[in-house]
Design a protein around this ligand. Structure first.
Ligand SMILES: O=C[C@H](O)COP(=O)(O)O
Length: 249
């Protein structure tokens, strides 16, 4: 099954409303002929303005998190209904920064993923090992465990529509990108894990991104890997020129 690659820019805690709008306006003409799904994920405050600036372009807008409850006393959280109102199509979930700094758990990621999917928002579910786990040789099992936990309770035909982002923590924002072989090894293992849990069709459909210091210079060879279906880009997504070069690899 042919999978359309997906390249998403995770802006993290960068870009005000004005900066975000300017970035998307600069990006739109540069990526208008992209052969991949293009997504930008601004901060919550800039979501509506960026979605507005992206109207009529091929740029999709994603959030950086969403809560599983529809409303209520959850200070600092955002609901799927709020994202639907803005026209958000994707949502990054379980990023290692959320897990590491804000205590997000596998169980919470699973609940957020179900809520997003039910609301028509495609989850981009992040997973990835620490340097210690890699050096201890437990990284494949660890990542497979994160994936199984995040996908628990989904039906195979739903799993086929999801996006997983494999982001080794040691490669995020460090300039130390994983080698193409390392990225492919884990992405292939994720697909194998999905096949074992949900069947081959689900595994053939799900899109698996690599994330961690992706740059214009590294994207081409990364995308040659059979199990890498795109990238989740942090730092290099903050400049229209760099991100467009990644998108147009
Ligand atoms: O979500 C994106 C990743 O954490 C990668 O960030 P980076 O490209 O700055 O290493």
């Amino acid at each position: 099954m042919a999978r359309t690659p997906i390249i998403a820019g995770n802006w993290k805690m960068n870009n005000t409303i004005v900066e975000g709008k300017n970035l998307v306006r600069g990006l739109a003409p540069l990526v208008k002929d992209a052969k991949v799904t293009v997504v930008v994920c601004p901060t919550a405050t800039a979501l509506a303005a960026v979605a507005d600036a992206a109207l009529g372009t091929n740029i999709h807008v994603g959030a950086q998190n969403v809560h599983w409850e529809s409303h209520g006393a959850f200070t600092g959280e955002i609901s799927t209904g709020m994202l639907n109102e803005i026209g958000v199509d994707y949502c990054v979930l379980g990023h290692s920064e959320r897990r590491g700094y804000f205590g997000e758990t596998d169980e919470g990621v699973n609940k957020r993923a179900h809520a997003a999917f039910a609301a028509g928002i495609t989850p981009i579910i992040c997973c990835g090992e620490s340097l210690e786990q890699r050096e201890a040789g437990v990284y494949l099992d660890f990542v497979a465990g994160q994936v199984k936990a995040a996908l628990a309770g989904f039906k195979p035909e739903e799993v086929a529509q999801l996006v997983i982002a494999y982001e080794p923590i040691w490669a995020i924002g460090t300039g130390k990108t994983a080698s193409f072989e390392q990225a492919e090894e884990v992405c292939a293992h994720i697909r194998k894990t999905v096949a074992a849990e949900f069947g081959q069709e689900a595994a053939d459909g799900i899109r698996i991104q690599y994330g961690g210091s992706v740059k214009p210079a590294t994207i081409k060879d990364l995308m040659k890997q059979p199990n890498v279906d795109g990238a989740l880009v942090g730092g290099a997504s903050l400049k229209a020129k760099d991100f467009s070069e990644i998108v147009n690899y």
